[in-house]
Design a protein around this ligand. Sequence first.
Ligand SMILES: Nc1ncnc2c1ncn2[C@@H]1O[C@H](COP(=O)(O)OP(=O)(O)O)[C@@H](O)[C@H]1O
Ligand SMILES: [Mg+2]
Length: 267
Amino acid sequence: MSALSELVILKLGGSVITDKGADDGVVREAELLRIAREVSEYRGKLIVVHGAGSFGHTYAKKYGLDRQFDPEGGIVTHKSVKKLSTAVVDALNRFGEGRGGEGPRAVAVHPMGCMVCKNGRIESMYLDNLRLMLENGLVPVLHGDVVMDSELGGCILSGDQIVTYLAKTLKASRLGLGSAADGVLGMDGKAVHEITPGTFEEFSHYIGASENTDVTGGMLGKVRELLELCKTSCITSHIFNAGKADYVHRFLEGEAIGTSICPDKGN
Ligand SMILES: Nc1ncnc2c1ncn2[C@@H]1O[C@H](COP(=O)(O)OP(=O)(O)O)[C@@H](O)[C@H]1O
Ligand SMILES: [Mg+2]
């Protein structure tokens, strides 16, 4: 496991890299390229996970996949999120090639092909490929997807659940979730500095679902996943605004920006 001791996991929210208000998949090209450039400056071991944005949530809603599995809807949604995955991988590799091979060498890993859920929660994942990719200088790119489920037939798996599972299983040193807000916004509309399992109750009234179509719980879904992670693994994570220039870069360089979700002091 020592080879992965400095692993960083970065989630790019679908609300940043896609037009989440669109009825169909629309990439925000300029944003994606700006972020890819920021990522390309990072040299350490990195896994990128992106949300499904308008490539996934709209279809998931249309086929009612958040309520019941439907094979046709599952295939349509999976095919659509794969298109977004290709766009993200290509954007990252553009900078890898442009820097004489020094930048990221990204490769798509589709959750449908390597993960199984039980009642909507990740039950198992094939990880040997990810470990070898990281050891050999590749940047695996995963994404919110439709996956098979041993109880439900199939289910929607959020990028938010994927990052917490990977952070815990691969013992990541840093986890950051870049979204479209400055962090978890509190009563005054400003990002709360820190949320712990003990202080969550204070802020819970201000944390809700997404303003756009998002079948995986929006900001509340994110915070719940991250609180669970810090309770079980003591890992601190950061929710920050990836829509702001240089924030992805700053997170990757080790800055605590946005809202930190961390264990209670003394734990
Ligand atoms: N307290 C809050 N702070 C920030 N965002 C919130 C809050 N409550 C609800 N939201 C909504 O949650 C959204 C972020 O969740 P989501 O759309 O799922 O992002 P992503 O695409 O990054 O997964 C915000 O854009 C906002 O619409
Ligand atoms: Mg979301």
